[in-house]
Design a protein around this ligand. Structure first.
Ligand SMILES: C[S@@+](CC[C@H](N)C(=O)[O-])C[C@H]1O[C@@H](n2cnc3c(N)ncnc32)[C@H](O)[C@@H]1O
Length: 291
């Protein structure tokens, strides 16, 4: 589709072809019925409920994808999504709608507690760690750095999972903009990061020897994780906040089933397990232990 430029009314501002303008106008509004279909779809797939006031967010995240597929408005697209979309299309929409904000060494006291308290108190090896909402990789690589620094390259295993295939692909690459380094401890920067040159100027890469120690897998927290085995430590941070209490309960039952007796479950400081009936003891704010 080509935008037709006509005489500029202001320097630097071009008018656009009217028919294209009409199409994008339709794609900029979302009827109640279409919103409801997308809301239901996303909740069934990910467990996340998008509230009514997030209509603009849904439009912003899905609009260009919908137009690229040839749909001009959300009514027909949402019907297609619910009734006809194939597996790849459904996974792509889940990718587009998930919120993936993350950064290296987010909530840093969790990494200190891991290194200074948890690692020394577990006496079997390998220590098995699961990062259960890994997003674009900053969290699992922060864990890998802390574990490697403490234990070296053996004696630990790290599984990192997410529902978003796009995020997992980014995570596996381990390539980030320099701005992402803000909270990285300088000694880890030196030890575990490689500066990009040439086309990678302004970027850094997590050292290959560390990257290969992280096992990235696609996993939906709504489902059983029995195939991943048992873990000593599960990090599940900044994702429970998106679930309602029933879904949160289900997700935590699934996680609990994979936690070894005496194992640790770490949430974010903004999340709470209050009111959930699980034999987990709060040992520090946001750090729980299986009794
Ligand atoms: C806000 S990010 C948090 C990333 C990281 N844990 C942190 O604390 O920085 C939330 C992540 O949870 C993932 N997610 C959302 N619903 C999920 C589900 N049902 N199963 C697995 N991952 C999910 C999203 O794709 C996203 O990458």
């Amino acid at each position: 589709m080509q935008l037709q430029a006509v005489k500029p009314i202001n320097p630097g501002i071009n008018m656009i072809n009217t028919s294209v303008f009409d199409a994008s106008l339709n794609a900029s509004s979302l009827s109640k019925a279409a919103f409801k279909k997308i809301q239901t779809f996303f909740q069934q797939q990910s467990g996340i409920f998008i509230s009514e006031h997030k209509q603009q967010l849904v439009i912003a995240r899905l609009r260009s994808h919908m137009l690229a597929l040839g749909f001009k408005e959300f009514d027909s697209y949402s019907t297609y999504l619910i009734n006809k979309a194939n597996r790849d299309e459904r996974a792509h929409v889940v990718d587009l709608l998930t919120t993936n904000e993350t950064y290296f060494f987010r909530e840093p006291n969790h990494f200190t507690y891991l290194a200074n308290t948890i690692v020394p108190s577990v006496n079997h090896r390998p220590l098995r760690v699961w990062c259960a909402a890994a997003s674009s990789g900053e969290e699992p690589y922060s864990l890998a750095m802390a574990l490697h620094d403490k234990l070296g390259s053996t004696g630990w295993e790290l599984t990192a999972s997410d529902i978003s295939v796009r995020m997992l692909e980014t995570a596996e690459q381990g390539l980030y903009r320099m701005q992402r380094l803000e909270f990285m401890p300088p000694e880890y920067l030196k030890k575990y990061c490689r500066k990009g040159v040439g086309p990678y100027e302004g970027m850094f890469m997590v050292a290959p020897e560390l990257r290969k120690q992280v096992n990235f897998v696609h996993h939906n927290l709504l489902e059983s994780a029995a195939n991943l085995g048992q873990f000593d430590i599960i990090f599940v941070r900044n994702v429970l906040i998106y679930f309602d209490s029933d879904v949160k309960n289900q997700v935590l039952q699934n996680l609990y089933a994979q936690l070894r007796p005496g194992g640790w479950l770490v949430t974010s400081h903004s999340e709470s397990l209050n009111g959930l009936d699980l034999p987990l003891k709060l040992v520090r704010p946001s750090i729980y232990r299986r009794t």
